[in-house]
Design a protein around this ligand. Structure first.
Ligand SMILES: *[C@@H]1O[C@H](CO)[C@@H](O)[C@H](O)[C@H]1NC(C)=O
Ligand SMILES: *[C@@H]1O[C@H](CO)[C@@H](O)[C@H](O)[C@H]1NC(C)=O
Ligand SMILES: *[C@@H]1O[C@H](CO)[C@@H](O)[C@H](O)[C@H]1NC(C)=O
Ligand SMILES: *[C@@H]1O[C@H](CO)[C@@H](O)[C@H](O)[C@H]1NC(C)=O
Ligand SMILES: *[C@@H]1O[C@H](CO)[C@@H](O)[C@H](O)[C@H]1NC(C)=O
Ligand SMILES: *[C@@H]1O[C@H](CO)[C@@H](O)[C@H](O)[C@H]1NC(C)=O
Ligand SMILES: *[C@@H]1O[C@H](CO)[C@@H](O)[C@H](O)[C@H]1NC(C)=O
Ligand SMILES: *[C@@H]1O[C@H](CO)[C@@H](O)[C@H](O)[C@H]1NC(C)=O
Ligand SMILES: *[C@@H]1O[C@H](CO)[C@@H](O)[C@H](O)[C@H]1NC(C)=O
Ligand SMILES: *[C@@H]1O[C@H](CO)[C@@H](O)[C@H](O)[C@H]1NC(C)=O
Ligand SMILES: *[C@@H]1O[C@H](CO)[C@@H](O)[C@H](O)[C@H]1NC(C)=O
Ligand SMILES: *[C@@H]1O[C@H](CO)[C@@H](O)[C@H](O)[C@H]1NC(C)=O
Length: 491
């Protein structure tokens, strides 16, 4: 009782003061919207025709208001050209909870004034051309759930202060020009975070260990940066993670083995173009939802695991350019959903299992540049959806099976080893690179012929384009001959 009397007294005392300070009102909101509009070119007159004084701003296009008061809670435009910069006055929309301007041709900086929007839950500005640094003041947006600044031209570092955004669920800064290290403590206090996408920047240093505290993490994309060092091992023990890509960095070290590898939800894993070593982790054999396994261009050792064939949803296996040895597992013929199988640039030996002819959905097959021997199995001709097959750089003998005539979708075929051209008779005196030059150019000509001979006349390439293409092939051919010597050169 006493307390509520005191509160009442305080209320009465303070009210006139508050009024004198001109509290935020719909007049402030209106001024902010007009300032916003004034900075936009609005080439399609989306605002010019609609944001008129005859109607309350609550009925203006792109504007949402609170139910009870005429105050702005949302400002939203997607995929329309607004062209211009964001007015700092938007920082006066004190009840704003959502600012969403996707692909609206915005330029200029992200105003630091937006850091005063304490009720903001959504700040989503992807696919614009905004520039400058990410303001530290965003750290005050402690209710922010979605932060998406991807696909802009932001520079500088990721502010360490953003670790205060403890309501964050989605954090996307991909496709910018951000540099420096990802602050190690950035994710210490963001327990709800489920999506992190920082790909295609110039971030350096190590992957922050604080990521492993995010028990709701579903998607972690750090691809195409300059990150180095090992992955925090506990990343491979996250119960909700379904997408992981750190491809094209400079990460190294082995991946944890069976015991500490537990990713039950994993669907996509892409570790390509790093320096990971050790065996392909056995723990992956427990990822029953795995669809894409991309480990190309690393230093993985050991064999191509036959347990890959036990993963029911696997459609992509990319293991190219590693140090894998042994044979192509026959068991892979059980992976009937496979669309892509690339085992090129390893040290695989033995023959191509004829059972692979069961992979009826396969589009893309490469075993190039291994030590594979024997003949090309007839059964591969059953792969009627195949669009590309590459078997160059092996020790194959015999000739191309006649069954290959069944592969009507094939538009790229690289199978001609010198040994095959000569029907199995090896002749080391012929420089094989000249055959591949011939081969590559013949393929271009065949591709062109296919483009010109479509059944539907409208789909055929116009003659002037054909001439341009033929001239390109001709100059390419001459250039390559110049590099490699004469076609009939004998040593
Ligand atoms: C501001 O609010 C007042 C009172 O709710 C209302 O009469 C007035 O029309 C509003 N102004 C605008 C621009 O919406
Ligand atoms: C502005 O756009 C909104 C939403 O499309 C529409 O409801 C409103 O009638 C428009 N106002 C004018 C003046 O065109
Ligand atoms: C982006 O906006 C432009 C208009 O400015 C539109 O033509 C284009 O389709 C939009 N892009 C997407 C992916 O929606
Ligand atoms: C709104 O913001 C601008 C710039 O951030 C500021 O100059 C102005 O005084 C603010 N207040 C009102 C009531 O518009
Ligand atoms: C956050 O808000 C407080 C109080 O308004 C202010 O003192 C502080 O400088 C702000 N921090 C940032 C990073 O903007
Ligand atoms: C946004 O840009 C990225 C590349 O920066 C692109 O991949 C994506 O499709 C674009 N999305 C939209 C909706 O424009
Ligand atoms: C990649 O990492 C290695 C150490 O793991 C380091 O020696 C090398 O300089 C790094 N390369 C680049 C381009 O950062
Ligand atoms: C891998 O771990 C699982 C479960 O932790 C266990 O059942 C299995 O035997 C292990 N496999 C090997 C080869 O260690
Ligand atoms: C994996 O995570 C579980 C619970 O999430 C934890 O109990 C276990 O210790 C972790 N294992 C390793 C090796 O980090
Ligand atoms: C495989 O994919 C199907 C269909 O997309 C899905 O229903 C299923 O849950 C996935 N996982 C397993 C283990 O089959
Ligand atoms: C990975 O393999 C490449 C090419 O064989 C080699 O240059 C590089 O030193 C290896 N890196 C590591 C970390 O073993
Ligand atoms: C393919 O799977 C079946 C059923 O799981 C199994 O009996 C067979 O041995 C497998 N084939 C190969 C070549 O591993």
């Amino acid at each position: 009782m006493a307390i509520s009397c005191i509160s009442m007294a305080l209320f009465i005392l303070l009210t006139p003061c508050a009024t004198a300070l001109a509290p935020p009102s719909n007049i402030t909101d209106l001024a902010a919207l007009l300032a916003f509009k004034a900075q936009l070119k609005d080439p399609l007159s989306i605002l010019a025709g609609n944001w008129t004084a005859t109607e309350s701003f609550c009925s203006w296009i792109g504007v949402s208001c609170s139910r009870h008061r005429q105050r702005i809670t949302g400002l939203e435009f997607n995929h329309v050209p607004l062209q211009g910069s964001i007015a700092p006055q938007l920082g006066n929309l004190s009840l704003l909870s959502s600012l969403e301007l996707r692909n609206t041709s915005l330029v200029g900086p992200l105003p630091s004034e937006l850091g005063t929007l304490r009720r903001l839950r959504t700040l989503v500005l992807p696919n614009n051309s905004m520039s400058g640094t990410i303001p530290h003041t965003l750290a005050n947006l402690t209710r922010l759930e979605l932060l998406d600044l991807a696909g802009n031209n932001f520079i500088g570092g990721i502010p360490n202060e953003l670790q205060n955004l403890h309501s964050l669920q989605m954090f996307q800064l991909a496709d910018n020009d951000l540099s420096g290290e990802i602050p190690q403590d950035l994710f210490n206090n963001t327990p709800s975070l489920s999506i992190i996408h920082l790909g295609s920047n110039r971030l350096t240093g190590r992957i922050p260990r604080s990521i492993i505290t995010l028990s709701n993490l579903e998607k972690l994309i750090l691809q195409k940066n300059l990150l180095s060092g090992p992955m925090p091992p506990a990343i491979f023990n996250m119960s909700q993670l379904w997408g992981l890509s750190v491809a094209r960095n400079n990460l190294s070290g082995p991946i944890p083995g069976n015991d500490s590898f537990h990713l039950p939800m994993l669907q996509v894993i892409s570790l390509g173009e790093n320096q990971f070593n050790g065996p392909i982790p056995l723990g992956l054999s427990t990822c029953q939802n795995l669809e894409m396994l991309a480990l190309s261009v690393n230093n993985f050792t050991g064999t191509v695991p036959s347990w890959l064939a036990t993963l029911p949803n696997l459609t992509i296996i990319y293991l190219s350019t590693n140090d894998l040895i042994g044979k192509i597992p026959i068991a892979l013929s059980n992976s009937t959903w496979l669309l892509g199988l690339d085992l090129s640039e390893n040290n695989l030996e033995g023959e191509i299992p004829s059972e692979l002819g069961h992979l009826r959905n396969l589009r893309n097959l490469s075993f190039a540049n291994n030590q594979i021997s024997g003949v090309i199995p007839d059964s591969l001709g059953n792969l009627s959806d195949l669009t590309q097959i590459d078997l160059v750089g092996n020790k194959l003998t015999g000739s191309v099976p006649l069954s290959f005539r069944n592969m009507l979708n094939l538009h790229r075929i690289f199978i001609v080893d010198s040994s095959i051209l000569q029907d199995g008779i090896e002749d080391e005196s012929r420089p094989p690179e000249n055959f591949s030059i011939l081969n590559i150019n013949l393929i271009s000509i065949i591709e062109l012929a296919l483009l010109c001979s479509s059944v539907v006349p409208e789909e055929r390439m116009p003659m002037k384009d054909v001439v341009v293409k033929l001239n390109k092939i001709k100059s390419n051919y001459n250039l390559q001959l110049g590099e490699h010597g004469y076609i009939h050169q004998k040593t």
